[in-house]
Design a protein around this ligand. Structure first.
Ligand code: IPE
Ligand code: IPE
Ligand code: MG
Length: 249
């Protein structure tokens, strides 16, 4: 057991922007695709590590609503890799008690992928060891818009009034409403930006940025992030003294 595993400061929910696949490949004079392929290996390592550490939920940014802007070839290769990986891994995920679900606008995906997503979610729905959330064709702004659409329909149906809209009402319709908000956000690849990932849900998340490129991410880098998290004081607007008092109470 590492010190982070013993610490009570283990995040319940980790959200990761897996960035740097292309640069990892380029640095090796390889096509970007090889970076994405190696990135899948890192996903497997990290899912397993999180499960073994007792993390309750892991949300991974696999494809953003902006990634359609990439060259057609790369988008096609990414979707293929996504389909092949899902097909290959769903059994093992299920065996390991992992509930898999997807957030994002799946309507834009080809039919076979939409079906695979639905099958994977159905198959693993009753699993309770860990939630694995894959953000695919996801955008934080899209997420807020889809939540508002649901709320607008409720208003149109006369169920609620515009005055009833509170952060809690929005939080109830946003993706991952049933999970604790991410405690720890990790972005690999050196960029320090959110890139339209979870906007609403990251309001009070601890942010961790590392220069490590995603295909090189492994359990020891994860442990560094967990160590950093364990050393932080989450104040949620309170003073540090108040937080210490609350801990002692
Ligand atoms: C992240 O790696 C994977 C996806 C966005 C799908 P990139 O492909 O963005 O890699 P870099 O940032 O170009 O190195
Ligand atoms: C964010 O990475 C999206 C995913 C990791 C899926 P990008 O590489 O697309 O982000 P930007 O465009 O550089 O901000
Ligand atoms: Mg990138």
């Amino acid at each position: 057991m590492t010190s982070t595993e013993k610490s009570s400061g283990l995040p319940q929910h980790i959200a990761i922007i897996m960035d740097g696949n292309g640069r990892w490949a380029r640095a090796r004079m390889l096509p970007r695709y090889v970076g994405h392929r190696e990135g899948v290996k890192a996903v497997k390592t990290i899912v397993e590590a999180c499960r073994n550490k007792g993390i309750r939920a892991l949300t991974l940014f696999a494809f953003s609503s902006e990634n359609w802007r990439r060259p057609r070839d790369e988008v096609g290769l990414l979707l293929d890799l996504f389909i092949r990986t899902l097909k290959k891994e769903v059994e093992a995920l299920h065996r390991n008690g992992i509930r898999v679900r997807f957030i994002g606008d799946r309507d834009a995906f080809p039919k076979d992928l939409r079906e695979l997503i639905a099958e994977t979610e159905d198959k693993t729905r009753a699993n309770t060891t860990m939630d694995l959330v894959i953000a695919a064709n996801y955008g934080g702004q899209w997420d807020i818009a889809q939540a508002l659409r649901v709320i607008a329909r409720r208003i149109a149906a006369g169920e609620i009034n515009p005055e009833d809209i509170t952060p809690d009402i929005i939080a109830g319709e946003i993706s991952l409403a049933d999970l604790p908000e991410p405690d720890l956000f990790i972005r690999t690849g050196g960029e320090q930006r959110i890139s339209n990932f979870l906007l609403w849900q990251l309001a009070y998340t601890e942010l961790y940025f590392t220069d490590v490129l995603w295909p090189a991410f492994n359990e020891s880098v994860l442990d560094e992030a967990l160590q950093s998290y364990a050393n932080r004081q989450r104040r949620f607007g309170r003073t540090g003294d108040q937080v210490e008092q609350l801990k002692g109470a």
